[in-house]
Design a protein around this ligand. Sequence first.
Ligand code: ZN
Length: 249
Amino acid sequence: MSGLLVVTAHPDDESMGAGGLILRHTRAGVQVNLICATRGERGWVGKPPGAREEDLAQIRTSELEAAASALAIDDYELWNYPDGGVDGSDQNEITERIKEHIDRFAPAVVVGWGPDGVYGHPDHIAMGRCTDAAIAATSERTRPALYHLAVDGPLAKAYRAVVGLNGQDGGALPLVVQDHVDVVIELTAEEVQMKLRAIDCHESQLETWRIEIRRHPQLMQQGYGREPYIALSTKSSGLSADGLLSEFA
Ligand SMILES: [Zn+2]
């Protein structure tokens, strides 16, 4: 067993949520695979200029392809569940598909959404539940370690400051802040730049604050440079305290 599998709901979750974790591993030569459940066709915010809403699924498919390449992800699967409708889709089928993927690639570690969905997004919550169930269904002998994406106090503070930059209410961001996380990956300034390149591939999803943040290196470091995770189950082959698979610690 080796490698890392990241299971997400939308194109951009991987870069905005776990871009640093992914980069650390791909740069260390660890195989990283990604599953993304939807094409994000409901995330229309009028970008990029000249784009048409009906083309959004195709636009975001291309954006994910570019981001996966920027993160040097070995292999990814983009599924076709409805954006905003993952929890209304066949949960057993999704769980079985994730389990099949785990059986085939035997990752040492799986990272997915927790029950908070980081900000309560129903697709995140449903996808996280299916991921947890898929792991529970694997045989104990080959079961990967499991981690959930999370937001801790310092990260929430950075995001509120950044969203507040252009006069928006930073407190309106409905982040679920965890009192306790198990692993915090702190990226170097160079890694933050690499993560930024992956995030920028998702041009159709760049809110104003994601443009603005580039002019505030310190906030970018505190926001993009911090990735907290909660450990649901660890193994000797799990993530070490510094956030790398233990064989690379
Ligand atoms: Zn998402």
